[in-house]
Design a protein around this ligand. Structure first.
Ligand code: ATP
Length: 291
């Protein structure tokens, strides 16, 4: 087996709470993570030359140590003294810097790919332990499916699968710095924290309405204040039949949850017409956990 192909799935946050700031500067979070069927594709090949060669369809993405795929390969190459090289072709479909964990998911798929390509015999937990060195969301991307994420994102509890639904994704053409959002987050008595436990209960009882009525992301207050277009996109989705809509991660991507495919299609075309979002995808909840 010299070549393998992998899919790296995007995630949305059905709930995102920030509990406070730790002494080391990281924020303590409580989030419900959910994969959606929107993915990057990676083709990984073993090569004899001791080199990491990364090619991607997005010319503006780095292909050196600044790409998480490169760093994931480097991490395992060094630990296991691998003297062969790796050639990776990364086909990006997940919007970049969007709050959809695209880079984290690519890194997770790369660790899984390295494990298979070089027969490293690492368990899922072994991979997750290494993943956190590259980024807080990467262990979740290895686990996949529906999960509660706590700590700085690395303390994971798998949950029952989220009931299926259509998911409309819309990213306005703005760049949101995650650092800016966290730095400007003010937590006080006025903060409306998401009902994370209520979402978990609703997921457990396969109650899609129970989940959607509780969608809440504490970071919206910061990002929407700076970029009101996010609120406008949410309103369009709801007006056109979404059960509810929310910003994912630190933004700026908005996702809407739909029970009805026809309504989701209509909302999709409406967003196209309005032109506020430039990257729009109609997809659905993806629940298969990685084996
Ligand atoms: P998160 O939801 O975890 O905050 P994100 O979706 O907001 O992630 P990414 O798409 O992962 O953000 O990219 C953020 C930055 O990381 C980009 O500016 C990019 O230069 C860099 N990056 C490194 N590796 C990758 C990769 N494989 N794919 C996309 N971006 C990458």
């Amino acid at each position: 087996m010299n070549t393998i192909m992998l899919k790296a799935y995007a995630k949305i946050n059905l709930g995102l709470d920030v509990l406070g700031k730790r002494e080391d500067g990281y924020h303590e979070v409580r989030m419900i993570m959910q994969n959606i069927r929107l993915y990057d594709k990676l083709t990984m090949k073993r090569i004899n030359e001791d080199k990491i060669i990364l090619k991607t369809n997005l010319t503006y993405l780095p292909t050196n140590e600044n790409n998480l795929v490169y760093r994931a390969i480097q991490l395992l190459k060094e630990e296991f003294h691998i003297k062969q090289g790796v050639h990776v072709e990364l086909q990006k479909h997940i919007p970049v810097a969007a709050g959809l964990a695209g880079g984290s998911s690519d890194a997770a798929a790369t660790l899984i790919g390295m494990n298979r390509l070089f027969h490293l015999k690492l368990s899922k937990n072994d991979l997750m332990e290494r993943a956190v060195k590259l980024g807080a969301d990467i262990p979740y991307c290895i686990l996949g499916g529906t999960a509660l994420s706590e700590g700085i994102g690395e303390v994971l509890t798998p949950l029952a699968p989220m009931p299926n639904a259509y998911v409309l994704i819309a990213k306005p053409p703005i760049n949101v710095s995650t650092k800016y959002v966290y730095e400007n987050l003010k937590l006080d008595e006025q903060t409306k924290h998401p009902d994370i436990d209520g979402i978990i209960k609703a997921i457990d009882s396969k109650d899609l309405h129970g989940v959607t009525e509780r969608l809440n992301n504490v970071l919206e207050s910061v990002t929407i204040e700076k970029y009101p277009v996010i609120q406008e996109i949410k309103e369009t989705m709801i007006q056109f039949g979404a059960m509810n809509a929310l910003m994912s991660g630190s933004g700026p991507t908005v996702f809407g949850i739909f029970e009805d495919l026809n309504l989701a299609r209509k909302a999709f075309y409406q967003l196209k017409i309005e032109g506020k979002a430039k990257q729009i995808y109609l997809t659905d909840i993806f629940n298969r956990k990685r084996g």
